[in-house]
Design a binder for this molecule. Structure first.
Ligand code: PEP
Ligand code: MG
Length: 588
């Protein structure tokens, strides 16, 4: 039976990690994903049919058990859904069709089952009745269950080949544990640009698009696709013309990247000689290779929560000391800023919470957790102190809302220093102590904080969220998340001014630091350091090399008088286009 090639389909979402990726799709989660396929011999055909029968039988048993369990706990007819699922399998013609496919294709039973169901689902998806189309979810669900019942090990249904992943949503820990050799890129239905999942995708260099809306039901496992992490386009069944366009674009991007690489040994200094320290944000120690390759002038933010919480075992003080020492040794003679645990929000939690927090971003997060768990916190502080003898260390506290927290942190640091002295361990008594400015209250009392610390690092990801009351991971309000909002830039200016009065320095380590449209504005607002993901370093370096500090200061003064984010953005974008337009148009 001849089939027509499926038509190209284009979905639009928010690009969160640049790059172009080509590959077959793997659909995760609720969807129905392809199992591995392999050829079988004539003699193995009866055995494969037995495997099919066994998987069907096990699925029927599970479904009737599920129905009973649900019937026991509910008075409604919720259990009927499992009866409906069971009916899909009760149809004897389905089993016959799969058996026929095994005979003809001479391929493993699970793949023949998958291919049979896929043809059926394709037909259902073309039905215009929305109710019937929605029923594909039930069929996918029961099909997925049958597939799983072919294997004892659930992980075995994950593909063993290179693929583009389609998922409803991914957690930061999903992103952290992805196998980079198999995963070419990912797209999600939900998600937003400033979530930690997106930050991790950028850190790992995985092209990604989030917030695509309903896409799982509209795509088919193994379908060829192109992910454009620059524009946010996700193209399934691309035409030959589209494929050729993207192959040329990928080559052009690669060439632009190579051109930027040529600048990597240049200091990040403006044309009129004003130096801005360009450092890197990392989540994993292994990223230090990339940091070195791209010649960062230090580590401006090491997010220790991924290191501390990714392992099931608690990290001992000795393990922590070893990890931080490695970071410090590999970063010296430059400064390595280690941020103490920032758990909570959308990240992993230090301990299972007994109840779900109603507002996690306003809840038990960051320094609040550490100060409530001083023994655990002190293990981290002593480890950082021990590492400080091996190079130049900054110790930074997240989620500071005011002076009391900074003082409490410093008191604990003092206690730790005394303990280390007593046991005869070395540390650098003059290590730099910094506060993150990521809650508006901290920016408003920056004058007070500046007297207590050696530096500020502005966490714009959170500062924007808390200033504008826009959840950084909620796609429904993503358009309200405006980095150039007049309130945000005034808070940044208050912070840099307070720092200057006290003679300390200010950096920015939020994602805004890598937004090339706004580099002229940030430089003009008086920040001394920009800390960005290692892959963003070349672009930001080129931007800094192209700017004039005095003009940036004038631009910032003017921006501070403008009433809307759009006007501020436009002003800075024009200066950016004039200085390094090719970089912005390239989207690199
Ligand atoms: C920030 O809030 O800008 C920041 C750098 O911290 P995180 O993204 O880890 O919350
Ligand atoms: Mg933050």
């Amino acid at each position: 039976m001849a089939t027509q090639p499926p038509e190209e389909r284009i979905f639009h979402g928010s690009p969160v990690s640049r790059g172009i990726a080509f590959g077959p799709l793997h659909i995760s989660g609720r969807g129905f994903s392809a199992p591995d396929v392999y050829a079988i011999s004539e003699a193995a055909i009866p055995l494969e049919k037995k495997r099919l029968e066994a998987a069907f039988e096990l699925t029927r048993e599970q479904l009737s058990e599920l129905k009973e369990r649900i019937d026991d706990i509910s008075d409604g007819d919720e259990g009927l859904v499992f009866e409906a699922h069971g009916m899909v399998l009760a149809d004897p013609s389905l089993q016959r069709k799969v058996e026929q496919a095994i005979d003809e294709r001479k391929q493993n039973a699970e793949f023949c089952f998958y291919a049979t169901m896929q043809t059926f689902l394709e037909g259902m998806r073309r039905i215009s009745d929305p109710y019937l189309r929605e029923r594909t979810i039930d069929i996918e669900d029961v099909s997925q269950r049958v597939l799983r019942n072919f294997q004892a090990d659930l992980d075995a249904v994950l593909p063993d080949h290179q693929h583009l992943l389609v998922a409803h949503d991914l957690t930061p820990s999903d992103a952290a544990s992805m196998d980079r050799s198999k995963l070419l890129g990912f797209v999600t239905e939900a998600g937003s640009v400033n979530s930690h999942t997106a930050i991790l995708a950028r850190a790992l260099g995985i092209p990604a698009i989030v917030g695509l809306g309903k896409v799982i039901l509209e795509t088919t496992a193994l379908a060829p696709a192109i992910l454009d992490g620059y524009s946010g386009k996700f193209i399934v069944y691309p035409s030959e013309t589209t494929t050729a366009y993207y192959q040329a674009l990928a080559a052009k991007k690669e060439k632009a990247r190579e051109d930027l690489d040529k600048l990597r040994d240049q200091e990040s200094t403006t044309v009129d000689g004003h130096h801005i320290t360009l450092s890197a944000n990392i989540e994993f120690i292994h990223e230090l290779d990339l940091v070195r390759e791209n010649r960062a002038e230090g580590v401006g933010l090491f997010r220790t929560e991924f290191y501390l919480l990714e392992s099931r075992e608690k990290r001992s003080e000795a393990d922590q000391t070893a990890a931080y020492t490695q970071l410090v040794q590999q970063t010296r003679p430059n400064l390595a800023i280690i941020r103490t645990l920032d758990s909570g929000g959308d990240k992993l939690s230090t301990e299972p919470l007994t109840e779900v927090e109603p507002n996690p971003f306003l809840g038990w997060r960051g320094i609040r957790v550490s100060l409530d768990r001083p023994q655990f916190f002190k293990e981290q502080l002593r480890s950082i102190l021990r590492a400080s003898v091996h190079g130049k260390v900054g110790m930074m506290f997240p989620f500071i809302s005011g002076l009391t927290e900074v003082r409490a942190c410093k008191a604990l640091v003092k206690e730790c220093m005394a303990e280390l002295e007593e046991e005869g361990s070395d540390f650098d008594p003059d290590l730099q102590i910094g506060a993150m400015i990521e809650i508006p209250s901290a920016a408003l009392v920056a004058d007070e904080l500046a007297k207590e610390v050696d530096f500020f690092s502005i966490g714009t990801n959170d500062l924007i969220q808390y200033t504008l009351a826009v959840d950084r991971i909620n796609n429904n309000v993503a358009k309200l998340y405006r980095s150039s909002h007049p309130a945000v830039i005034r808070l940044i200016k208050m912070t840099t001014d307070a720092a200057k009065r006290a003679g300390i320095w200010t950096g920015i380590c939020g994602e805004l630091a890598a937004d090339l449209h706004l580099t002229p504005l940030l430089v003009g607002l008086g920040v001394d350091e920009l800390s960005v993901g290692p892959r963003e370093l070349p672009g930001v370096r080129k931007a800094l090399l192209s700017l004039d500090f005095e003009s940036c200061k004038k631009l910032a003064d003017e921006a501070l008088t403008l009433p809307t984010s759009a006007e501020v953005f436009q002003l800075s974008r024009e200066a950016a286009l004039a200085a390094y337009g090719e970089l912005i148009e390239e989207g690199s």
